[in-house]
Design a protein around this ligand. Structure first.
Ligand code: NAD
Length: 335
């Protein structure tokens, strides 16, 4: 049994669905259902006894304690977070609360639970903390990609709170021996993403015939990973990762935002041609995000060499599947 936090969000719901399909291991899913959480992401699991959904806050220590004692998970997969950089600039307090205080609450309760497990279960227990490449800051055009030992240099309130939570997790391993692992992943894309994020936002805007807002000059580079490849990586780290270690996860798919939007437009032009021109005609440049990191790139050689994970999707194949998924969703809603 796994305790997953944030399992109604984008990556969390993909993780719950794919892990259950792959292994059938029961999951308790703790999610506060903020604006980013959506139970419809888990519709396929309605009536499935292997999945127990609990609406609640990771900061609620009594609830976390009760869930650990009742379900006795072999691992905590911690994905719950406030995750949108723009929102962290507008209002950082919620980010400190969930990402820092919430992670602390989970660590404390996990440590108490872990200490009273019998020796074999204690040795097998894992706390997997899901984090981001944004903790490493921004790269110049020719800098090497982020490795596991790249110094932290978070630039936004979001990445600063994720960095703080990573440090707490690391400290719980070093100080108390809690068998924790940290993963730092690049930008994810795929089904079930909240429409404020770049790819679903662009698809929704394009299909509505509305402007496609690209920040600044569109030259910011992100390294993209298909969400189900991330989920496989998380399962691989859970089963084969060494406690106390950090694993960087990435798709080796660096792309400028403007090129990504143009690629999306071309896919949409094929799948759903627009009368009167290409979707690319809708691209408009808008005022840049304050402190916008220029480039992220992940060096994922460690997870590939040490525990044998590598992504299955190329950027092209993953993006094609993603566009198809959003188009199918729209058709289903319209029917
Ligand atoms: P998301 O915003 O889509 O989902 C977050 C989920 O957490 C939501 O379901 C929300 O309801 C829940 N949540 C928020 N606060 C909570 C609280 N206090 N208690 C319980 N649940 C709470 O985020 P995501 O994109 O799925 O990201 C998941 C994790 O992966 C985050 O930790 C994020 O930092 C990390 N990550 C995301 C990306 C990405 O590209 N999306 C990349 C690397 C790492």
């Amino acid at each position: 049994m796994l305790l997953v936090t944030g399992g109604a969000g984008f990556i969390g719901s993909n993780f719950v669905l794919s892990a259950l399909a792959a292994t059938g291991e029961p999951i308790v899913n703790l999610d506060k259902l903020t604006y980013a959480g959506n139970l419809a992401n888990l519709d396929a699991l309605r009536g499935d006894a292997r999945h127990a959904f609990v609406k609640g806050d990771i900061c609620d220590r009594a609830l976390v304690r009760q869930l650990l004692e009742r379900h006795r998970p072999r691992a905590v997969m911690h994905l719950a977070a406030e995750s949108h950089v723009d929102r962290s600039i507008e209002g950082p307090a919620e980010f400190v609360q969930t990402n820092v205080v919430g992670t602390f609450a989970l660590l404390e309760e996990a440590r108490t639970y872990w200490l009273q497990l019998a020796a074999p279960e204690r040795a097998a227990f894992r706390f997997l903390h899901v984090s981001t490449d944004e903790v490493y800051g921004s790269l110049g055009p020719d800098d090497p990609a982020f490795g596991e030992t790249t110094p932290y240099a978070p630039n936004s309130p979001y990445s600063a709170t994720k960095a703080a939570s990573d440090h707490l997790v690391r400290a719980y391993w070093h100080t108390y021996g809690l068998p924790a692992l940290i993963t730092n992943c690049s930008n994810n894309y795929g089904p079930h993403q909240f429409p404020e994020k770049l790819i679903p936002l662009m698809i929704h805007q394009a299909l509505a015939g509305k402007p496609l807002p690209v920040y600044g000059d569109g030259q910011n580079v992100r390294d993209w990973l298909f969400v189900l490849d991330h989920c496989t990586a998380l399962r691989t780290v859970l089963e084969r990762g060494r406690p106390g270690e950090v694993y960087n996860i990435g798709g080796s798919a660096e792309m400028k935002n403007i090129d990504l939007v143009k690629t999306l437009c071309a896919l949409l032009d094929d799948a759903r041609p627009r009368t009167g021109g290409s979707y690319a005609d809708l691209i408009t440049f808008v005022k840049d995000r304050p402190g916008h990191d220029r480039r992220y790139a992940i060096d994922s050689r460690k997870i590939q060499a040490e525990i044998g994970w590598k992504p299955q999707e190329s950027f092209q194949s993953g993006l094609k599947k993603t566009v198809r998924w959003y188009l199918d969703q729209r058709e289903r809603r319209a029917a």
